[in-house]
Design a protein around this ligand. Structure first.
Ligand code: PEP
Length: 250
């Protein structure tokens, strides 16, 4: 399976010009990439700028609402992001959980709605520093996974991507040890196997996210056997982002 390399720009580019520069740099660099699949998730306000602008690079949104339309001021719908060319959507990022009060129940509604809409949800899971210190990592992941996938039937489960993002590693420069990432990978695969069977467990991509750079990415694929990476800060620098993709382009 070719690696997935997902860019989460968060709310960072301040202007359309800045966003266009990062996009153009990434698209230009992507010509060096043979197998890895690049997915860029710009802020919603800039998504429309990139619709249909690059074949090799796919577009994703950073969030969505679960309702099709209606009185939900400030929200973005799946119909809207699909219409402007998104095929992927980040769901349950730890910043959404922590800063915007997203619960597992809300995240589950988003996952179900994205699947029903034909978009691929990238469901983010991860423990906080406190939960890790208390030895609750696996319980937290099990809970987030079970609740996030509640009601997702086997027929739809093969459309899901998981992203393990230890919260304490996001934007901190503290990288998760590959042995922990590998343990989590095995744990999540086992949980998916129990829920949906071996074929889906083997096929479901599990990404790692949290302070990924070109000098640490390889171990997450080679040692922890992740299917790819979700990159925040480093995705704003197209040269570094493409270097990351090059490292795992096999
Ligand atoms: C993220 O926000 O998903 C992320 C992984 O951020 P960073 O790479 O900056 O740690």
């Amino acid at each position: 399976m070719a690696s997935l390399v997902v860019a989460n720009w968060k709310m960072n580019p301040k202007t359309a010009n800045e966003a266009k520069k990062i996009f153009a740099g990434t698209v230009a660099g992507s010509k060096k990439i043979k197998r890895a699949q690049i997915i860029i998730c710009p802020p919603s306000a800039f998504l429309g700028l990139f619709a249909g602008k690059a074949k090799k690079v796919k577009l994703g949104a950073q969030n969505c609402h679960w309702e099709e339309k209606g009185a939900f001021t400030g929200e973005v719908s799946l119909a809207q992001i699909k219409d402007i060319g998104c095929r992927f959507v980040l769901i349950g990022h730890s910043e959404r959980r922590k800063l915007f009060g997203e619960t597992d129940e809300m995240i589950n509604k988003k996952v179900l709605a994205a699947l029903n809409f034909g978009l691929t949800p990238i469901l983010c899971l991860g423990e906080t520093a406190e939960e890790k210190e208390e030895g609750r990592t696996f319980q937290v992941l099990k809970d987030q996974l079970e609740k996030g996938l509640n009601g997702v039937i086997k027929k739809m489960a093969d459309k899901i991507i998981l992203a393990y993002e230890p919260v304490w590693a996001i934007g901190t420069g503290k990288v998760c040890e590959t042995c922990q990432a590998e343990e989590v990978n095995i744990f999540l695969k086992k949980a998916i196997n129990e829920k949906y069977g071996r074929t889906i467990a083997n096929a479901m991509p599990i990404l790692y996210g949290g302070s990924v750079k070109s000098d640490n990415v390889l171990s997450f694929i080679k040692e922890a056997k992740m299917s790819g990476v979700l990159v925040g800060g480093a995705s704003l620098d197209p040269k570094e982002f493409i270097k990351i993709a090059q490292q795992i382009d096999f």
